[in-house]
Write a protein that binds this ligand. Structure first.
Ligand code: NDP
Length: 419
């Protein structure tokens, strides 16, 4: 019997809601709280005859600490799953501490306004000291570690696929396959086609911020920054075929580098088609990816938010997206004195995801791990309190849950390496 609040009701949240409702013996009472309550009511109606989970809905502005604490006091959740925007991570963590419940999210904190002077000062310092320029980093949420520890609560950070499952794969590889890991390449391939000239598969603002930023990888104890999309190659993915891959900075590199100092190099690659890159460059060149508000005919407009309003809603891509995703990690290292390589990954089909929960595979591959992470906490399988990323917990029961609930692993002990 568990009481759970899900904040947000977009692409990822809708999958997590479906999956929680499939496990209605665990997720017995669910409150869906989001900015637009009609979306919450719609999914509640859809699930009415399909689950025993008792669903309630609530309008909430997740920026409002007092409203969050009031809601938590009324509903009395054991865990709050933050599946809205990363901008609200800190305020929701504060509210969880104030009320006294566990917390989970799928993306590292970044501020909505990256020109806010106090935040900017700290950011510029970090860029100088660490050498990567992404707006997100884990330092803000790691600062909560002791506060959660003291209350015996867990804040599970970044429990989607990447971040999330990719770190569980690292912990799994270290536990079962290697005495020492030397290199990791995380490969995120989306072989899906939605038929639009341009659309993003998850929140456009977060997606375009990530992709248009400088890339970075970690090697020999330090960050190496590269101009956006300047390192690329090709890789032939199981279930998908050959795709162009581009090196990006990604948040799990930061936590893996911290938690596994032995690893000499960690890189992250994502696939993009030519069409996507052409559109993105054009949007950037005309200023539509800017996060700085402009005044247009007396009204403040943030260009990237205006663009989001023009682009297809990622939650609407489900019925039209065909093809598969393939996300995983390739390792090089040593076992029993011998060098070896290993690849662990998942292949997920967009249409099968749509048939099961009404969403495309990008939302599916994020929403299922979020549900499985909550399951680990609610069942008391993951116990260590603190603000922790996924690799700090036992990967076996989590990967078993993923196998069972829709994202089975595949392994290859003789993979083709990236280079
Ligand atoms: P969407 O834009 O589809 O959904 C976001 C939801 O949050 C919407 O329902 C939105 O409300 C709601 N929301 C936004 N602001 C507020 C607020 N102030 N108060 C309450 N609710 C709010 O995003 P996605 O579902 O695609 O992505 C969700 C998260 O998952 C993002 O943080 C994204 O970065 C992360 N993600 C993680 C991945 C991983 O593998 N780890 C992969 C993909 C995504 P409204 O309906 O009114 O717009």
């Amino acid at each position: 019997m568990s009481r759970v609040i899900i904040i947000g009701c977009g692409g990822v949240a809708q999958v997590a809601i479906h999956k929680c409702c499939q496990l209605d013996d665990v997720f017995t009472d669910l409150c869906i709280a989001s900015r637009t309550v009609s979306k919450c009511d719609k999914i509640k109606e859809e699930l009415k005859d399909k689950t025993k989970t008792n669903i309630t809905t609530k309008q909430i502005d997740a920026n409002d600490f007092n409203a969050l604490v009031k809601l938590f006091n009324e509903f009395k959740p054991e865990i709050v799953m933050n599946l809205g925007m990363p901008y609200q991570n800190l305020v929701i963590m504060d509210a969880c501490l104030e009320y006294g419940c566990h917390y989970l999210d799928t993306a590292a904190y970044e501020p909505e306004d990256v020109n806010e002077p106090k935040w900017r000062e700290k950011y510029e310092k970090r860029v100088k000291e660490k050498g990567f320029t992404a707006y997100f980093d884990y330092s803000y949420q790691w600062e909560y570690k002791e506060k959660f520890e003291k209350k015996g609560l867990i804040a599970l950070l970044g429990c989607g696929f990447d971040p999330g499952v990719t770190q569980a794969y690292v912990a799994y590889a270290k536990k079962h396959e290697f005495d020492r890991i030397d290199t990791i390449d995380i490969l995120d391939c989306n072989g899906g086609d939605h038929g639009y000239p341009f659309a993003t598969n998850f929140n456009p603002e977060i997606n375009l911020r990530e992709v248009s930023s400088d890339g970075a990888y970690f090697e020999d104890g330090k960050w190496h920054k590269i101009p956006a999309m300047s390192i690329h190659g090709k890789y032939n993915f199981d279930g998908v075929g050959e795709k162009d891959i581009y090196l990006l900075h990604h948040e799990e590199i930061e936590s893996i580098a911290k938690n596994y100092p032995e690893i000499k190099r960690i890189r992250f690659y994502m696939t993009f088609g030519e069409n996507y890159i052409r559109h993105m460059n054009c949007l950037e060149n005309v200023g539509l990816l800017s996060t700085k508000a402009i005044n247009y005919e007396g009204k403040e407009i943030v260009p990237i938010q205006f663009l989001k309003a023009l682009l297809p809603d990622p939650a609407s891509l489900g019925p039209r997206t065909v093809g598969k995703t393939n996300i995983g990690c390739i390792f090089k290292g040593v076992k029993d004195g011998k060098e070896k390589t290993y690849y662990i990954y998942n292949v997920c089909d967009h249409q099968e995801s749509y048939k099961e929960v009404g969403s495309q595979a990008i939302s599916y591959t994020t929403g299922v791990p979020a549900m499985c992470g909550a399951l680990m906490i609610l069942k008391g399988i993951w116990k260590t309190p603190g603000a922790n990323t996924v690799e700090l917990y036992n990967p076996d029961p989590f990967i078993e849950a993923l196998d069972k609930y829709g994202l089975p692993k595949r392994e290859n002990h003789n993979p083709v390496m990236v280079d």
